[in-house]
Design a protein around this ligand. Structure first.
Ligand SMILES: C[S@@+](CC[C@H](N)C(=O)[O-])C[C@H]1O[C@@H](n2cnc3c(N)ncnc32)[C@H](O)[C@@H]1O
Length: 207
């Protein structure tokens, strides 16, 4: 198994969105955080031989990170066709031999007949106007298709995620804080970099 640092280096070649959309909260999950999340999942036995689903895959960062750790297959779903083109380009850059499927679909309407996937996701937080609670719909999909999920949320989400899991046949088994160290990409961003506090949750879903 590669070390977490090696994984982060391999993911360093994953390029960002060509033409990011504010409403879809399109920013690349930082390679360090993606590597950390995948490494934790792998140590928990949640990657090897499993079907890994990246909901809101964007550039493909999380699906590609998982693909480098030997799942049976990885699948990335995004509502934006352009993002999936970026993900395919990134797949060639990363050079993984794992079978990866890229699906153009609304991840909140679960287009899959599967119930024991491992979901890795950095969903929209719902921070933009008209997009409130976007991460709730993504968690709902995870509850329907996954036996285990790992999801990145904005800070102070613990009570919401605990309650959602409890109401939908899940249990939070692990949580840790993280930082999203993001490049400036939208004109309204006043700084070249910004650090956003985030939280990551592992949820086991009843099957
Ligand atoms: C924070 S970005 C994801 C970052 C991704 N992990 C990466 O590193 O590129 C959120 C992603 O969710 C996608 N998205 C937003 N709403 C969606 C929906 N309803 N169904 C599928 N994808 C959606 C966006 O297009 C965007 O790629």
């Amino acid at each position: 198994m590669s070390t977490k640092r090696q994984l982060a280096q391999q993911l360093g070649v994953v390029g960002g969105f060509d033409d990011p959309t504010v409403e879809l909260e399109q920013y690349r999950t930082p390679p360090d955080l993606a590597a950390h999340l995948v490494h934790v999942a792998d140590l928990q036995g949640d990657i090897d031989g499993r079907t890994v689903l990246d909901l809101g895959a964007g550039t493909g960062m999380l699906a590609l990170g998982a693909a480098l750790r030997g799942p049976e297959r990885a699948i990335g779903i995004d509502i934006d066709r352009g993002a999936l083109q970026t993900a395919r380009r990134n797949e060639r850059r990363v050079g993984t031999t794992t079978d990866i499927g890229w699906i153009h679909a609304d991840a909140t309407r679960a287009p899959l007949c599967i119930d024991d996937a491992v979901v890795l996701m950095n969903p929209p937080f719902g921070a933009q106007d008209g997009n409130a609670h976007a991460d709730r719909a993504f968690l709902k999909t995870a509850s329907e298709v996954a036996s285990v999920s790992y999801s990145i949320h904005n800070s102070d989400s613990q009570a919401f995620v605990d309650a959602f899991a409890g109401d939908n046949g899940g249990e939070v088994t692990r949580a840790f804080r993280a930082e999203l160290d993001l490049d400036r990409q939208f004109e309204f961003h006043s700084e070249n970099r910004r650090v956003v506090d985030a939280e990551v949750f592992r949820i086991e879903w009843d099957r």
